[in-house]
Design a protein around this ligand. Structure first.
Ligand code: SF4
Ligand code: SF4
Length: 202
């Protein structure tokens, strides 16, 4: 996939982690789809820094294998100091948290590598109340990501699964079969990642 201008870059890491450029391109496409949808809607987003009720309320956040690789890489190689230790501790006890284990002080500790689903979930109008899932309470305020960008991002994701044929990638996305690759972020065995994060970054 051609490198797109404006996407996040980790030049040295991208040389060492051959899967990373594809993930960063996919994230960029996802961001573009969100930006296009915000522009098309015309309303102002309620989401902002420090607003994180959705990271507690949502228990069914899908995450794809390539995204999991990105999260593991970022957590083990980029997080440092107190934040690293707090994330590690939360991953260790994630089943008791009642929130995403990457949520620290109402901010996403892996924000640059957060999954597509987190990038795409945005709400217009009013900030979500504690415990509110706007998808169910006010569907009309939930952003619909631009389908062109969203589907392209998913088709590109399938390259990671060695599906080279473009028509097959399109079929898997249009049929929704691509979603079978995703797992639930809150159901992952994060203890394994916590163990890998013991000690300072390599
Ligand atoms: S989806 Fe709701 S809780 Fe999450 S950042 Fe947006 S307004 Fe805040
Ligand atoms: S990965 Fe980040 S944005 Fe997504 S639910 Fe967890 S803390 Fe929130």
């Amino acid at each position: 996939m051609k490198q797109q201008p404006g996407r996040l870059r980790f030049p040295e890491d991208e040389k060492r982690q051959p899967w990373l450029p594809l993930l960063l391109e996919i994230q960029h496409l996802t961001n573009q789809g969100v930006a296009a949808a915000i522009k098309a809607d015309g309303r102002k987003l309620a989401c902002g820094r420090g607003c994180a009720s959705c990271c507690r309320t949502h228990t069914d956040i899908p995450v794809y294998p390539l995204e999991l690789m990105g999260i593991a890489w970022y957590a083990t190689e980029k997080l440092e100091g107190d934040l690293r230790e707090r994330v590690r501790a939360q991953l260790q006890q994630h089943r008791d948290l009642g929130a995403c284990p990457f949520l620290v002080d109402n901010a996403c500790a892996i924000h640059p590598l957060r999954p597509m689903a987190c990038r795409q979930f945005n709400v217009f109008g009013t900030v979500c109340a504690a415990g509110e899932d706007a998808f169910h309470t006010r569907r009309g305020d939930v952003l619909n990501p631009d389908a062109k960008h969203k589907n392209e991002a998913l088709r590109e994701m399938l390259r990671h699964h060695n599906i080279k044929d473009g028509r097959e990638r399109r079929r898997l996305v249009e049929s929704g079969e691509v979603h079978r690759l995703a797992q639930s972020l809150r159901e992952m065995r994060w203890e394994t990642l916590a163990a890998r994060m013991t000690g300072e970054k390599p």
